[in-house]
Design a binder for this molecule. Structure first.
Ligand code: SF4
Length: 315
């Protein structure tokens, strides 16, 4: 399996001129920054179903209890089924991906809050693109995110962290998962999960404790479902502070009073929002170099994604 996570993406975000009007929606952060660490696999569902470029624009329309993708000008045009069928066709390719970035507001690719038009009045922003919605149903654990939400530092860090977790999981089960590799995977992600959701952290611990008993494929399916559910919940400052305190606990007996006071103050400054997460994490890594600990040095919480992305400098 490739070391570089492969990410599905709406083609227009890479600068491909595939939009209905022949334009693109190139996103420089995605192409210039994330592009250094991810390999992108572009999909344009509207072109793939033969609508061409340029093409008549479509919008979401509420019809009874369902939502359809119909022409803006030609109301007889209905591409709902072709878009859903194309998502089914793409589904087998998702097994080779570790994430997916969608174009916001699109009646095909939008992840959420897409305008849905009713018979009268203003549209409601409560829809999802027809292709995207089907795709997310077909791959419920794959990390999905929209390019607009990626501009939010917390959501951005959360997405990239999930991509790397899922990518490592895919490596772990390839060519085959063993009880030993599941325990090792879980052990290395403990503190990462704890920062997101303590209940999920405990549930995963119970699942892994039973890994010698039941059928491993069933257990693995439960494990990854629970893990990705927990990781979707953004890590709060309070939960992350709790993890930092846990990690600091490993060094307490080794540090003198002044170092302990300084580290305690740094964690507290992070808790109060005075310094970003990279500050206490850098200090913990520093102490880990001074006082090596094989258990701690394997924790992905201390290095969940490439430092060069600077994701923890802004949260
Ligand atoms: S939003 Fe989706 S359907 Fe529209 S141009 Fe971009 S990739 Fe194609």
């Amino acid at each position: 399996m490739s070391d570089v996570p492969r990410i599905g993406i709406s083609s227009c975000l890479l600068g491909q001129r595939v939009r209905y009007d022949g334009a693109h929606k190139k996103n420089d952060y995605i192409t210039e920054s994330l592009g250094r660490y991810f390999e992108f696999v572009p999909f344009c569902p509207e072109v793939a179903i033969g609508m061409g470029v340029p093409r008549p624009p479509i919008k979401l329309v509420r019809v009874g209890s369902s939502v359809k993708a119909r022409g803006v000008r030609d109301t007889e045009l209905d591409v709902t089924e072709p878009l859903q069928d194309y998502a089914e066709k793409v589904a087998p390719k998702l097994a080779a991906l570790s994430g997916y970035i969608l174009k916001k507001d699109s009646p095909s690719c939008g992840m959420e809050r897409v305008k849905v038009y009713g018979a009268h009045g203003v549209p409601r922003r409560d829809g999802a693109g027809i292709y995207a919605e089907r795709l997310m149903q077909l791959a419920p654990h794959l990390p999905f995110e929209e390019e607009g939400r990626l501009m939010d530092p917390v959501l951005r860090e959360n997405f990239v962290e999930r991509v790397f977790v899922y990518h490592r999981w895919r490596s772990c089960i390839t060519p085959r998962l063993t009880a030993k590799s599941l325990v090792e995977f879980h052990t290395r992600h403990k503190f990462s999960v704890l920062a997101h959701d303590e209940a999920v952290y405990r549930a995963l611990g119970r699942l892994v404790a039973g890994s010698g008993k039941g059928a491993l494929p069933t257990l693995a399916a439960q494990y990854i479902a629970k893990l990705m559910q927990g990781m979707r919940k953004p890590a709060t400052r309070a939960r992350t502070t709790n993890v930092l305190q846990h990690l600091f606990g490993f060094f307490k007996k080794k540090l003198d009073a002044e170092d302990k006071r300084e580290m305690g103050e740094i964690i507290d400054n992070y808790r109060r929002g005075l310094v970003p997460l990279i500050v206490p994490v850098t200090m913990l890594r520093h102490y880990l170099r001074r006082f090596p600990d094989p258990y701690l040095s394997q924790q992905y919480f201390l290095a969940p994604h490439p430092d060069e992305l600077m994701l923890r400098n802004q949260i």
